[in-house]
Design a protein around this ligand. Structure first.
Ligand code: GDP
Length: 592
């Protein structure tokens, strides 16, 4: 049965290109808002942290009505560090909206998600937004999108993408700049005509995949997924199937998406996206199937955590108690709540009630949690990130490996290769794209610690990196001590980093961008001179340092404020990072 009353799409957009404004405008036009409802109650992109880092952390759903058709709009994570989120969103939809700023054009950060969407043969619609900008370059931007699609291997059908021009701010959509328009009708029309309606068997035995988990203090675990076949009913008994086996369970209440809210409903038919409660122990990838004739769907794999960190109560005698939540109870409750929905994160208790081991999918995954907690008013301390090692049956030490994909403009290839070589990465493949290089590596997860920062600096923000878990392999031996070897300085507020080789010789000196500086040593005259030749901004710092220290040992202003990433990258075993709502500080561990 063709469900012409339904469409499922995902939005892919770079931060600030206008996704929230567009969805709000669509909701407004579809009359979902009552007169007194505030548009500020935005579901998409509500997390300030996402904006700052240019990533979207959680996938969230909205639905708009256009005449008799419901359009489910799913947000895509702009980042893929956290274990399969992108795939999980894309398996629920039949097409994607690529939203691009009419001046900025397509941004490299959205490429990962876009490539995944194209690989899954989803039909793209290109929305060029902010056409009211005086500096709009609509024609060029469309060409840039076409180039990008070719580069990402779009098929012929995908290359004939429809283009809609919008001013989300003014609630206007049209197909050409010349056209007159005072609403978003053209956008709705293109969506309805181009995104296939679900073609499903509504009367067959039920099948649904658990796609996303959500959590609510009041109702507990919320299971989200698309009904693949059949119809799911409020309160019915189903078969819950996973890799280990199956068991009967009873569904609690059902919800579908309506505007920015979830609305309770009695039944949901195949093709639609449903949120349900009552299945407290359902997991991502489980099948919810008919009670009588259950058939399992192919599950979804979730990447394993590779990195762990100790989170503990801030026990510093100087702890400013700046946070609202400071006790072990607060910390414990918050972390247990986190793992209910953060599917590739794990939590272990330790002998101390004040300390917990949190494991996740790399540094960014963990630092997003830390930053979020800090903004919520938590005060805590974290230890050095550690890679999770295993022993195989014969007792050989093994470490987690990651398959790393990097897209960079040609000119940055050297810098990237140099950086990764030192981190024991092996190049497995290199492909030339239109103006870009795609490099694939296998790298010990250890080698990725601190790499993202370095990579963004080395490629001046033009590179895109993504990694997925690639199994365990024999321990590759020590990675040269970069922690104390990297040298970072700042120039007009921008980070500039210097050759790793040189920096290592230099021993344990580094300057952290921002107003704060760490103390350390410079070893050897030569490397200093090298650097002075390399970069004039450095010269200033070097001479400042000379002025404030003796020839080889330099003592600078004590650290004040670090960014979390900087602190994590540079922290030693005997140090801790204190995280308070106001500050990130590094300090020595207090030995007891
Ligand atoms: P998001 O990060 O993609 O959700 O972006 P937002 O919807 O929050 O928009 C980012 C900024 O762009 C805001 O300041 C919006 O007001 C602005 N913006 C959104 N749509 C338009 C548009 O059509 N024209 C112009 N000129 N600005 C827009």
């Amino acid at each position: 049965m063709l469900r012409n009353d339904l469409r499922n799409i995902a939005i892919i957009a770079h931060v600030d290109h206008g996704k929230t404004t567009l969805v709000d405008a669509m909701l407004k036009q579809s009359g979902i808002f009552r007169a007194n409802e505030h548009v500020e109650e935005r579901v998409m992109d509500s997390n300030a942290l996402e904006r700052e880092r240019g990533i979207t952390i959680l996938a969230k759903n909205t639905a708009v009505m256009h005449k008799d058709t419901k359009i489910n709009i799913l947000d895509t994570p702009g980042h893929a560090d956290f274990g399969g989120e992108v795939e999980r969103v894309l398996t629920m939809v039949d097409g994607v909206l690529l939203l691009v700023d009419a001046y900025e054009g397509p941004m490299p950060q959205t490429k990962y998600v876009l490539r995944k969407a194209l690989e899954q043969h989803l039909k793209p619609i290109v929305v060029i937004n902010k056409i009211d900008r005086p500096d709009q370059r609509v024609e060029e931007v469309i060409d840039e999108v076409l180039d990008l699609f070719i580069e990402l291997g779009a098929d012929d059908d995908q290359l004939e993408f429809p283009v809609v021009l919008t001013s989300a701010r003014n609630g206007i959509a049209k197909l050409t700049m010349e056209e007159e328009s005072d609403n978003l009708e053209a956008l709705f029309k293109v969506i309805l005509e181009n995104i296939p309606a679900p073609d499903v068997e509504v009367d067959a035995p039920l099948q649904m995949l658990v796609n996303t988990l959500d959590y609510d203090d009041y109702v507990g675990r919320i299971v989200v997924g698309r009904v693949i076949r059949g119809t799911i009913h409020n309160g019915e008994t189903i078969t819950l199937m996973d890799e280990e086996g199956e068991r009967k369970a009873k569904i609690g209440r059902l919800y579908t998406y309506e505007g920015l809210k979830r609305a309770e409903t009695q039944e949901v038919g195949a093709g639609d996206i449903v949120a349900l409660i009552g299945l407290a122990d359902a997991n991502i990838g489980d099948t919810i199937a008919d009670a009588e004739s259950p058939e399992k769907l192919k599950g979804i794999s979730i990447d394993e955590p590779t990195l762990s960190m100790v989170f503990s109560v801030n026990n510093s005698p100087f702890a400013g108690r700046e946070g609202e939540y400071v006790t072990s109870r607060h910390l414990r409750d918050r972390l247990f709540k986190e793992i209910k929905t953060n599917v590739s994160m794990r939590l272990e208790e330790t002998e101390s009630p004040d300390a917990f081991i949190v494991s996740g999918r790399g540094e960014l995954h963990l630092s997003v949690l830390i930053e979020t907690m800090r903004r919520e008013g938590y005060e805590l301390q974290v230890g050095k990130p550690k890679v999770i090692m295993h022993h195989d049956e014969t007792g050989t030490l093994q470490e987690p490996m990651e398959a790393l994909t990097i897209d960079v403009p040609q000119e940055f290839m050297g810098a990237v290769m140099e950086g990764l070589g030192l981190r024991k990465a092996e190049l497995t493949n290199m492909t030339e794209m239109a103006g870009y290089l795609r490099m694939e590596f296998v790298i010990p997860a250890r080698g990725l610690i601190g790499f993202r920062n370095q990579f963004l600096t080395d490629t001046k923000g033009n590179g895109v990196m993504n990694h997925v878990f690639a199994g365990y392999a024999d321990y590759k031996g020590e990675i040269p001590g970069r922690t104390r070897g990297s040298l970072v300085a700042f120039e007009n507020g921008e980070t500039t980093s210097y050759g790793i080789g040189n920096a290592q010789e230099r021993g344990n000196m580094f300057i952290i961008p921002g107003e704060q500086v760490y103390e350390g040593q410079i070893i050897g005259e030569n490397s200093r001179d090298d650097d002075m030749d390399v970069n004039p901004c450095k010269k200033k710092h070097v001479s400042n340092m000379r002025a404030s220290g003796s020839d080889d040992t330099i003592r600078l202003i004590p650290p004040k404020t670090f960014s979390l990433e900087q602190a994590l990258e540079h922290i030693n075993d005997d140090e801790l990072v204190e995280v308070t709502p106001k500050n990130i500080r590094m300090r020595k561990k207090i030995l007891d």
